[in-house]
Design a protein around this ligand. Structure first.
Ligand code: GLN
Length: 495
């Protein structure tokens, strides 16, 4: 059997493999075909078909021996921010071109240990800075969706836009993403799929190219909530190599998907009602409330008073950390080296960094260096850190009263590729609903919940208290079932 293999969910593929309906090699071949078919989307920076087939055959051999890990034989795409041993890892940047890490990130290693098969490395905004995938050195990624009656290419969101486009287009049943301020959830919403950011510390950051270390978290991008639960379990876990990863056991997230949310309290934050939000998004949010209420949850109005400061504070903290993290790209240790006129070492640093970093990355480094400089540190960086504490306190207060918070994921649906590039503030506003949870380190998920008037997907966003991923998945599962989102994008592999 090969028909329909790329349309299977991860859970469906897992069941098919277990029943012997098909092999991992067949499943992998079907997805490698889909990768080729959807190549015009430019969702991948590197396809790794040989490695994929080798891993798939090894998986089939293990299964024949009666061994099967949690992701046994399941093909997965990997955001090009995760170091993969011997496979080029670029972070979407020219400066890392040709860099093949001598080590494997903990998250990807965990997935391979559980039997997963790597399809390739997905495209992304340079160093995960962006909301449109336009900042990738390896070219823009197209959203597989089109607005009704239009053939205009749309942004897949960012920074995990390649992962989201690949999963939506059925080139991969699941992918890894990373989320610093919204980079898993926003592209998932734009592409009509599920994107989940775990609690800060749930997944190891070791071997993930660092953007803003106090915010970066890895998480799954899938087509269903169930699949998200499957993948997160394999990705997560304590790692002695990352001192910020929590030494806590990883629960069985699938078991949390009971479908029963009776008695749970769902908070609706007044501050997320933003002026200018399109009617379709406001209406969907209302529908989301009704769905959860109908399932037996109690809807509670809450306040998160410091919400409006989250985005400005994020754009101080994230660039500050980025300017420090990106200091390591100097032409000596990784990837690109430009010697300039070859006069001295400083000349080489400058030539390498000047040629290797794109405009958005340079902007962040400049802002970061500025807010950390001696004269401005107290005025900007320290103040932003204080605001961050207040945001976390808002959530702590709210979670004294509610079990989860429901908001829209994004203030708009997918916009045309290339738009907002000359207006960084408009681009930054994409994350207005996702950044607060990032600043507080909380788990959050975007679930595809409806279409706007142009037939483009919209997501609903749930936030839970720290390490309450089980509650998050449980509520998300109910939301998903109620929404019954079955629409398919324009570009999807034929299966
Ligand atoms: N769009 C946000 C930024 O550009 C978030 C990116 C991310 O989460 N990696 O910083």
């Amino acid at each position: 059997m090969t028909g329909g293999l790329t349309d299977l969910t991860l859970a469906g593929a897992r069941a098919g493999l277990a029943a012997g309906d098909f092999t991992s090699e067949e499943l992998t071949l079907a997805h490698l075909g889909a990768l080729e078919e959807t190549r015009p989307l430019n969702a991948f920076i590197a396809e790794t078909p040989e490695r994929a087939l080798e891993m798939a055959r090894a998986s089939d051999a293990r299964r024949a021996q009666g061994q099967a890990g949690m992701l046994e034989g399941l093909p997965i795409a990997v955001k090009d921010l995760f170091c993969t041993q011997g496979v080029q890892t670029t972070a979407g940047s020219r400066i890392l071109g040709g860099f093949a890490p001598p080590y494997e990130s903990t998250v990807t290693a965990n997935m391979w240990t559980e039997g997963a098969v790597m399809l390739g490395k997905t495209n992304m905004d340079e160093f995960a800075m962006g909301s449109s995938n336009m900042t990738s050195h390896y070219g823009r990624v197209e959203n597989p969706w089109r607005a009704a009656g239009s053939n205009r290419a749309l942004a897949p969101g960012g920074s995990s836009g390649g992962s989201a486009a690949a999963v939506a287009a059925r080139a991969a049943p699941a992918a890894t993403g990373t989320d610093t301020g919204g980079s898993i959830r926003q592209p998932a919403a734009f592409c009509g799929i599920v994107g989940m950011k775990p609690t800060y510390g749930r997944c190891s950051r070791w071997g993930i190219v660092a953007f803003a270390s106090s915010l970066d978290q890895a998480g799954p991008i899938t087509r269903t909530v169930w699949d998200s639960a499957i993948v997160l379990r394999a990705m997560a876990g304590h790692d002695p190599k990352d001192s910020t990863s929590v030494p806590a056991a990883v629960p069985d997230y699938e078991a949390a998907l009971t479908g029963d949310i009776r008695g749970l309290r769902i908070g609706i934050p007044a501050e997320y009602r933003m002026e200018g939000t399109p009617e379709a998004i406001v209406a969907l949010w209302e529908r989301g409330k009704d769905w959860l209420k109908a399932a037996g949850a109690e809807i509670v109005d809450i306040g998160l008073p410091h919400t409006k400061y989250a985005l400005p504070a994020y754009y101080i903290v994230a660039p500050a950390e980025a300017s420090s993290n990106l200091a390591r790209y100097d032409g000596v240790r990784f990837g690109l080296r430009e010697t300039g006129d070859g006069a001295d070492l400083t000349e080489m640093y400058e030539a390498t960094r000047g040629a290797g970093f794109g405009a958005e990355v340079r902007r962040r480094i400049l802002i970061g260096a500025y807010v950390l400089s001696a004269g401005y540190y107290d005025a900007y960086y320290i103040k932003a850190q204080r605001v961050r504490s207040l945001i976390a306190q808002d959530f702590a207060d709210a979670f004294g009263r509610v079990d989860a918070i429901l908001t829209p994921t994004t203030p708009t649906a997918a916009f045309p590729l290339g738009e907002k590039m000359d207006d960084p503030i408009a681009m930054y506003l994409n994350d207005v609903f996702t950044v607060p949870a990032s600043m507080a380190g909380l788990p959050a998920i975007s679930v595809p919940a409806g279409l706007d008037d142009d037939g483009l997907p919209l997501g609903l966003h749930l936030i839970a208290n720290a390490f309450e991923e089980e509650t998050l998945f449980r509520v998300a599962g109910v939301l998903e079932a109620a929404a019954g989102f079955t629409a398919r994008p324009e570009t999807a592999a034929k299966a």
